[in-house]
Design a binder for this molecule. Structure first.
Ligand code: SF4
Length: 288
């Protein structure tokens, strides 16, 4: 289908808005990234992964489009994008040799979306700029907004424990979020907010070029994979993400509410450890 066809078919009120978005991504140098996608089927369920949780334990689908009562399947439900490598994204966008400090500088005192209105601090990301493993969450919460660092509240402590259980230190990995400002009342970020902020996440990932990306929760996974499927349908499965390997697992905040899901997450993290050649640390001998 010619590239211009969707614009021609679009209802008149939506067209100026889409054109404005396309100009915005062009301004960021990311136009080719959004024009090059082709679809692939979701891989078959991983036989190693635990079966999807029961409805009671399953997290609600996290983007507005996925919430609510059952609806007819749409074509985009069944597809995930095949996208260029992290290296290609950086070079196509003119960000070859991009660095985290330069991306932070470009972000500036960002007011590109409405989330700037309620934030205290922009939470850019934290950790090793050459990490082999990057965790991507949804967005800052209260503690993160106050401290300007990702995952420092209760869920952050649990994430730190998870990282240490993998035989790593928190400083070995990089941690960031899909949106960098706290959504009011800890609501989920809206689609337009994600679309506005995620080009900076794309640049962070392209600058770090990790071997493995772990999405924490459905919002991060849906944003990076371009799907609106509920995370319970693809948790624990590997996807190619621009040359990196991407796996989605439950958000630590969900584990605080649903401790029974911890075993699923540990199963997922063991896959990551295997991919990175990590072994869990030996338990410390008990004193006395
Ligand atoms: S969420 Fe992202 S795009 Fe929106 S104001 Fe904050 S930094 Fe800017």
């Amino acid at each position: 289908m010619p590239q211009s066809t969707p614009l021609l078919l679009m209802a008149p009120p939506a067209r100026p808005s889409l054109e404005a978005w396309l100009r915005y991504f062009d301004d960021l140098g990311l136009g080719p990234f959004y024009l090059d996608r082709t679809a692939m089927e979701l891989p078959a369920a991983d036989p190693v992964a635990a079966p999807p949780p029961t409805p009671a334990a399953s997290p609600a689908p996290v983007l507005p489009a996925a919430a609510g009562p059952a609806r007819a399947a749409r074509p985009q439900d069944a597809v995930l994008p095949v996208v260029p490598s992290l290296f290609e994204v950086a070079s196509r966008a003119g960000f070859e040799g991009d660095t985290l400090p330069r991306i932070r500088e470009d972000l500036g005192d960002c007011k590109r979306c409405r989330l700037c209105q309620g934030r205290n601090t922009i939470v850019f990301g934290d950790g090793n700029s050459q990490a082999r493993l990057v965790f991507v969450g949804e967005g800052p919460g209260h503690d993160e907004d106050v401290q300007g660092l990702p995952f420092v509240g209760r869920a952050g402590k649990l994430l730190t424990q998870m990282i240490e259980a993998m035989g790593l230190r928190r400083g070995d990995v990089y941690i960031c979020n899909v949106v960098k400002c706290r959504p009011p009342g800890n609501r989920q970020p809206e689609r337009d907010e994600i679309a506005t902020c995620s080009p900076f996440l794309d640049r962070q990932l392209a600058a770090i070029r990790p071997k493995v990306i772990v999405c924490l929760g459905g919002v991060a996974a849906q944003a990076l994979l371009g799907t609106n499927k509920a995370i319970s349908q693809f948790r624990g499965q590997w996807f190619d993400f621009r040359g990196a390997k991407l796996l989605a697992t439950y958000h630590p905040a969900f584990l605080l509410r649903t401790p029974s899901a911890k075993s699923d997450v540990w199963t997922d993290l063991k896959k990551v450890m295997h991919e990175l050649g990590l072994k869990p640390p030996k338990p410390k001998p008990r004193s006395g």
